[in-house]
Design a binder for this molecule. Structure first.
Ligand code: SF4
Length: 389
């Protein structure tokens, strides 16, 4: 029997694909909710093939992400919750997050979701300025972003994440600090700041290949990243993970499950699960997922069980990416002490008892994690069982 602590549900529909997006998304302004729920039911059955009466699994967090879950409306979310409750059970202590895009968040939707039990809203704002929003191919403008935050607040969402994107090309006129301050002023209790990347097979990736767009250099990216940390920390947020900032006590419990090695289940196209030391992922595209579900084929596209060294590197990388940092017992070997002193001198590591990276250190996360895992490989100092020992 599977016993995930958290559940992720991927809703793969968007009214328009943004220029930089390579997520599992199908174009639909009115999603085929009945088909989607039928396919999800098959996905859940594949996980819960058991004899006799199904037993419901308790979960602590539920995250409805996408795509654009707000396209489900109140009715679609109600039907989704009913389906999930056949397999899972939760109480009022659950953290139930749902993502929404500003243009599809109405007051009716916000009120309906609150009544259902959604208690954390994540808004795909990206910017409060017209030029970057247009350049990114977003459907909303600044006024809609501001309106959506007002709607969420008046519906009682005191836990509100705002996604912002940075690292745009220099010729896109954008005041990054203004965007950060606006998110705070309009009541965000959590900010996720992601750097733009030009993924292959996206319009942005093609523009970069054709030389029509020049992505910013490392120093501009680093400057904006550090500015986000400065502004939000000054406003009372904790920079608790590479890309995430929260008011005290408002960090994402669901995302902590990914970072602390807990088990979670993901359903829907492209969703990932981590169960019994194995990573398992679903068929990526909605059309193929739907066909597989209707045709009785497996919805799992792949699985892997990381070996000892992979688990060790991953454990170090996950610990270093949050303020939790590494246990000193994990950092061993004669060269480790000297290197950690150097990192402190460079300003990459804080002064706490645990080895915690600073924002400047997070800019080098991959290289630093690989280095620590390398010391541990030589000296056997990191618990590599995928969970904290
Ligand atoms: S709204 Fe989000 S998921 Fe949808 S296309 Fe844009 S970036 Fe992708």
């Amino acid at each position: 029997m599977i016993t995930p602590r958290g559940l992720y549900v991927h809703v793969p529909f968007c009214a328009k694909r943004c220029h930089y997006c390579d997520f599992s998304v199908a174009h639909a302004s009115r999603p085929p909710v009945a088909d989607y729920l039928r396919a999800l039911e098959v996905d859940l059955q594949e996980w819960f093939q058991r004899d006799g009466e199904p037993e419901r699994v308790p979960i602590e967090t539920l995250f409805i992400g996408g795509g654009t879950p707000s396209l489900l409306g109140v009715e679609g979310m109600t039907a989704l919750a009913r389906l999930l409750q056949r397999h899972f059970v939760w109480d009022h202590g659950i953290e139930w997050t749902a993502e929404a895009n500003p243009n599809s968040l109405s007051r009716e939707l916000a009120d309906g979701w609150r009544r259902l039990g959604v208690n954390r809203l994540s808004l795909g704002v990206q910017s409060f300025q017209a030029e970057p929003l247009d350049w990114l191919g977003r459907l909303h403008g600044p006024a809609e972003a501001e309106r959506a935050m007002g709607v969420a607040r008046s519906a009682g969402f005191d836990r509100m994440n705002v996604d912002l994107i940075f690292g745009l090309p220099e010729d896109v006129r954008r005041d990054w600090i203004h965007d950060l301050e606006r998110a705070v002023k309009l009541g965000a209790s959590h900010v996720s700041a992601y750097g733009l990347t030009a993924e292959p097979r996206t319009p942005l990736g093609r523009w970069v290949d054709l030389g029509r767009v020049t992505m910013p250099g490392d120093s501009r990216y680093a400057d904006e990243y550090l500015q986000a940390s400065d502004v939000l920390v000054r406003e009372g947020f904790e920079h608790y993970e590479v890309s995430n900032f929260a008011r005290p006590g408002d960090s994402s419990r669901h995302n902590w499950l990914y970072w602390d090695g807990s088990e979670y289940l993901g359903v829907g196209p492209s969703a990932h699960s981590y169960l019994g030391g194995e990573r398992i992922w679903n068929v990526f595209r909605w059309d193929r997922y739907r066909e597989a579900a209707l045709g009785g084929d497996s919805l799992r596209e792949g699985r892997e069980r990381p070996d000892h060294d992979q688990r060790r590197l991953e454990r170090v990388w996950l610990d270093l990416r949050t303020t939790r940092g590494l246990d000193p017992a994990d950092v061993v070997g004669p060269e480790a002490d000297a290197r950690l002193r150097e990192w402190r001198a460079q300003g990459w590591l804080g002064t706490e008892a645990r080895a915690r990276l600073t924002p400047a250190g997070w800019l080098r996360l991959d290289a630093l994690a690989a280095e620590v895992a390398g010391w541990a490989n030589e000296h056997g100092g990191v618990n590599g069982n995928g969970s904290k020992g």
